[in-house]
Design a protein around this ligand. Structure first.
Ligand code: ADP
Ligand code: MG
Length: 268
């Protein structure tokens, strides 16, 4: 089994859309996949799966409850109508209770207890013969994002080529990725401007900005103290919403990109 975490410095870069579609596509290719919504502060998978054409009824307990010792690993995994695809949801209520002990447990270091629970979950998934365990991680440098990175075999660092991302990328490289041992780290550049899709001719100033930002991210990755090869660049596709394109729309440009990405991933 391979454990893969989608991580980023900031939110809104595309971790959820990319990890969900990748996980489902790998299942469509015959791999047994478990996808975990590990954005504990802002989980979104439950609403995504229930409102999409994906047919499932969530009966499992929350991953958040598992992490604090309330549930067994086998009770948090939802099966779906896709034979090979399983998903695990987190619980927003706990994070909204500002003063609760459980919230403190989830946000603090806690002598590595949450990390130990994550390792327990990885071991359980191994016994269930999953091919892939995929974490859609919370962004930034937090104890929990570090935990997910530590248990991973592969890390997908998602970035957008905008100026403000460059300093953030430098920070996560020095604070997180350069300290990890054993994980293979790849980057994904997402929402790259695609001039051919534009209806109005772009301002040459904007075209230049876009190019400079792509070069800025590329340089930052090249200068990284740990190797972070670029695995795939996803163009900004007009009207990509929170849907499961690989199921809903076989010929959608985003589906085609995810298929290409998964083929690259399987060759790694
Ligand atoms: N390649 C893309 N092209 C167009 N829109 C995208 C693309 N990738 C992500 N988005 C959109 O960007 C927004 C943020 O994506 P999301 O996956 O929720 O980010 P994150 O999980 O990193 O916070 C969503 O509205 C999503 O539909
Ligand atoms: Mg997300």
């Amino acid at each position: 089994m391979e454990t893969i975490t989608f991580h980023s410095y900031r939110g809104g870069v595309g971790k959820t859309v990319l990890s969900v579609n990748t996980a489902v596509q790998l299942a469509l290719l015959g791999k047994k996949v478990c996808l975990v919504d590990f954005d504990l502060r802002a989980p979104s998978h439950q609403s995504l799966f229930i409102s999409s054409t994906f047919s499932m009824s969530p009966t499992a307990k929350s991953f958040t409850g598992f992490l604090v010792g309330d549930h067994e690993p086998q009770s948090v995994i939802n099966s779906t109508d896709k034979e090979n695809f399983y998903c695990v949801f987190s619980d927003i209520e706990i994070f909204q209770q500002k003063e609760s002990k459980v919230r403190t447990k989830l946000t603090q270091h806690g002598e590595g207890r949450i990390l130990a629970k994550l390792f327990e979950f990885v071991r359980y998934c191994n016994t269930q013969k999953f091919d892939f365990l995929i974490f859609d991680c919370m962004p930034g440098v937090t104890y929990r994002s570090l935990d997910a990175l530590i248990v991973s075999d592969k890390i997908m660092v998602v970035t957008r080529p905008v100026k403000s991302e460059i300093s953030g990328l430098r920070l996560v490289i020095s604070e997180c990725y350069s300290k990890l041992e054993g994980a293979e780290i790849f980057s994904i550049m997402n929402q790259v401007e695609n001039i051919k899709d534009l209806v109005h001719p772009p301002n040459p100033l904007d075209v230049n900005f876009a190019k400079v930002n792509v070069l800025g991210i590329t340089k930052c990755l090249e200068e990284s103290s740990v190797p972070i090869p670029l695995l795939h660049s996803f163009p900004r596709v007009p009207f990509v919403t929170e849907r499961i394109y690989v199921l809903d729309e076989k010929n959608h440009p985003f589906t085609v990109e995810i298929e290409t990405f998964c083929n690259k991933l399987l060759q790694k």
